[in-house]
Design a protein around this ligand. Structure first.
Ligand SMILES: Cc1cc2nc3c(=O)[nH]c(=O)nc-3n(C[C@H](O)[C@H](O)[C@H](O)COP(=O)(O)O)c2cc1C
Length: 138
């Protein structure tokens, strides 16, 4: 059994884009060792991230993320148990700019405004990952 989590966050600088190369390099270096996989969706100053792995590893990463100065305010939108990762081998995928991503970013805004989250957000991000090839950033 693993856990899957989706959180939403705002960038402390108003735009995650300039930080993306560093963020993805760091995630892709660390996550395989931690047994964590996932997808990062970015729309300017807002992001959503699906993370999946052993609960202890996820909690440790979440506490690192909470103290990362690039994050403004992190809101966990959904967390659940799963028999196995939905995105095995995805050290950290990345996706932005399409219509599906815009819908997700709108849902992130709602969550950060305190509205209840759609319980299907994990499944939506998994579906997006399967539909959209990773747009790798060097
Ligand atoms: C939007 C965002 C997503 C991140 N995702 C990950 C991640 O999946 N894995 C990871 O190890 N660090 C991630 N980080 C970086 C962590 O917050 C933190 O900087 C990192 O774990 C420190 O690793 P280091 O000690 O190897 O430098 C992310 C940061 C941001 C802003």
């Amino acid at each position: 059994m693993i856990d899957q989590i989706v959180y939403a966050s705002t960038s402390s600088t108003g735009d995650f884009t300039p930080d993306l190369p560093d963020i993805l390099r760091c995630a892709r270096r660390n996550n395989p060792e931690l047994g964590i996989t996932g997808l990062l969706v970015v729309g300017g100053g807002t992001c959503l991230q699906l993370l999946e792995g052993e609960p202890e590893q996820l909690d440790a990463l979440l506490s690192d993320l909470n103290t990362d100065p690039r994050h403004g305010h992190i809101v966990v939108m959904e967390r659940r148990h799963a028999p196995s990762p939905a995105l095995p081998g995805w050290a950290m995928g990345y996706s932005d700019a399409g219509p599906a991503e815009s819908d997700l970013i709108a849902m992130a805004h709602d969550a950060m405004a305190g509205l209840p989250s759609d319980p299907g957000i994990i499944d939506r991000i998994v579906a997006l990952a399967r539909a959209v090839p990773d747009r790798a950033i060097a």
